[in-house]
Design a protein around this ligand. Structure first.
Ligand SMILES: [Zn+2]
Length: 187
């Protein structure tokens, strides 16, 4: 407790004997958040409010309830990564994509996959005052869509009127012949 107070310049104005009770009274989520913050630096690691509760118990010897631990976690994460709004405002600075109009590709992968300009390609087209027509697959164009309906589509007649060839009619469908892969247990 005293070490923590010194390390974190936490105002510690109490006599040893009632240190814990004073701490409990002032154990705010912000304070605990500050203590557990280093645990969230490695964001691959899962650190739950229950973990916070047991760590606070181990390190500080006090019991905190789940909702306080949860709020402490939120405060620690916000202080580390900023609020969601601030994080989003920083996004454009971190994200950049490479668009190649000639090959109709973007490093986000969607331009070449969907064959229609992604938002990054659109940004480039807009900046260069280019028409998007040449950068979309013909599949998206009204001419192609209309062509689909050129061929007449006939509704299926009643089942009784179906003409099924004999080799299909009497073909017995069996499960595929395969061996059970090694290591797979019997059911
Ligand atoms: Zn893109």
């Amino acid at each position: 407790m005293q070490n923590y107070a010194i390390e974190n310049r936490f105002q510690y104005r109490t006599v040893r004997s009632n240190a814990i009770s004073v701490f409990t009274k002032h154990a705010t989520s912000k304070l605990i958040g500050g203590i557990v913050k280093p645990k969230f630096v490695d964001h691959k690691r899962k650190y739950t409010p229950s973990d916070i509760r047991s760590d606070v118990k181990i390190y500080l010897g006090v019991d905190v309830n789940y909702s306080l631990a949860w709020r402490a976690k939120e405060k620690a994460l916000i202080s580390l990564r900023g609020t969601t709004a601030t994080s989003y405002s920083k996004l454009p600075a971190y994200l950049s994509f490479v668009v190649c109009l000639k090959n109709k590709t973007c490093s986000c992968g969607r331009f070449q996959y969907e064959e229609i300009p992604c938002e990054h390609a659109w940004a480039v087209l807009k900046r260069k005052s280019l028409v998007a027509d040449g950068y979309c697959s013909d599949l998206y164009k009204p001419k192609t869509v209309l062509k689909i309906y050129e061929i007449p589509i006939y509704p299926l007649p009643d089942v009784a009127e179906w003409v099924i060839p004999e080799y299909i009619m009497y073909d017995e469908v069996r499960p595929p012949k395969f061996k059970r892969p090694p290591g797979e247990g019997q059911k």
